[in-house]
Design a protein around this ligand. Structure first.
Ligand SMILES: Nc1ncnc2c1ncn2[C@@H]1O[C@H](COP(=O)(O)OP(=O)(O)OP(=O)(O)O)[C@@H](O)[C@H]1O
Ligand SMILES: [Mg+2]
Length: 353
């Protein structure tokens, strides 16, 4: 899918305007605070995601606005034509062609993947970064995923509380077990797709790269449900000692290796970032393959974390895939960008001639 235009009204610092985007590569350039991330956020909201991490929907309406609600509208084309509207206030209400629609449906129709500098630490960063990456992909591939993950987290908090108070753990485990094994299966399937995707974009990789999914706290039985219960029994003494649940998707990881050794040992920092870029592109490939829709890529300041080679490798890959891309940058990164360049200044956007 592609966003052919969007317009915003009372959204953060953006001036009300209708913007006709290039269907291929779009670069948003401007000073700090100009509104680049806000523009990417418009696309996140219109594609069924929440605001960027650390930002809240209730802060989205312009501070001096009177209505307390921002209105976003966007036209999407490609695999089908649709118009999405988002009314953003304390919550986000979505409409598709004028009718109320759920966020999961919108995510599925207009699949958008966003990446921030933090994602470039995919290989060396904390497991939570890799889980978030997997969750983003799974939420696109499976409409039920986001909901079940929420249910899992709710039940997990109850289990954590039960562990602390040293009281009946059986009830929470019964709720958690089917959710955990479903999430494990979903993530494992996503990793299989990612692996195929990586082989499609292997020119991006600095060397042989293998990925594998690792279930949190698992004793390694094949059947997910059986594995959950057995692992839980095995780790019960540990859980009791530290008072924290150690088995389940909240402890999963995506293992990245090269020639059988951890990627962290084999690849330099720059090369690890290239693996992260390759994983981003592989996620796009997985989405396209499974949903039969081209993803939109939202890249916020990713250039800042790449050296010249990393940047040119990324641009070549973006060009080759033919997806619609919105990349924001505050520096003069991406000189010679092979697509439309937009200059963002104090909430206004102008195409660079
Ligand atoms: N609700 C709001 N109403 C008005 N202005 C807002 C609102 N929320 C944020 N802003 C303004 O939006 C600007 C931030 O925009 P944004 O984060 O998109 O900048 P940016 O171009 O991405 O900058 P950077 O290069 O630092 O990432 C700030 O100037 C901030 O004051
Ligand atoms: Mg920004």
């Amino acid at each position: 899918m592609r966003c052919s235009w969007f317009q915003t009204f009372e959204f953060r610092n953006l001036k009300p305007q209708r913007l006709e985007w290039a269907l291929g590569l779009n670069l948003l350039r401007g000073e700090n605070g100009a509104g680049k991330t806000n523009l990417l956020e418009v696309l996140r909201l219109l594609s069924g995601w929440g605001p960027f991490r650390g930002r809240s929907a209730s802060e989205a309406p312009r501070w001096e606005g009177t209505a307390g609600r921002a209105v976003l509208k966007g036209g999407f084309s490609g695999e089908e034509d649709l118009e999405i509207a988002a009314f953003v206030g304390r919550r986000v209400d979505l409409r598709r062609d004028g009718k109320p629609v759920g966020a999961a449906t919108v995510r599925n129709r207009v699949p958008a993947l966003s990446f921030t500098p933090e994602d470039l630490a995919l290989v060396e960063g904390a497991p939570a970064i890799r889980r978030r990456f997997l969750d983003g992909l799974c939420a696109l591939l499976l409409p039920l995923y986001a909901f079940r993950l929420l249910e899992y987290r709710k039940a997990l908090r109850q289990r954590a509380a039960a562990l602390k108070q040293n009281r009946g753990l059986g009830a929470t485990a019964k709720v958690l077990a089917p959710l955990a094994s479903w999430i494990w299966a979903s993530r494992a399937a996503a990793v299989d797709l990612l692996r195929m995707g990586l082989s499609e974009v292997s020119e991006l990789l600095p060397g042989p790269t293998e990925i594998a999914f690792s279930r949190g706290g698992s004793v390694g039985l094949e059947d997910g449900l059986e594995d959950y219960w057995t692992s839980l029994a095995r780790r019960a003494p540990l859980e009791g000692r530290i008072g924290l649940p150690v088995v389940g998707p909240h402890r999963d990881d995506l293992l990245v290796a090269s020639g059988g050794k951890a990627a962290l040992q084999v690849f330099s920092r720059g090369h690890r970032r290239r693996v992260a870029v390759a994983l981003m592109m592989a996620a796009g490939w997985a989405v396209e393959r499974k949903l039969r829709r081209a993803p939109l890529l939202l890249l916020d300041e990713v250039a800042a974390e790449l050296d010249d080679t990393g940047r040119s490798v990324l641009v070549e890959a973006l060009k080759a895939r033919g997806w619609q891309v919105f990349a924001a940058t505050a520096e003069s990164a991406f000189d010679g960008w092979p697509g439309a360049v937009w200059v963002v200044s104090e909430g206004s956007v102008q195409r660079n001639a």
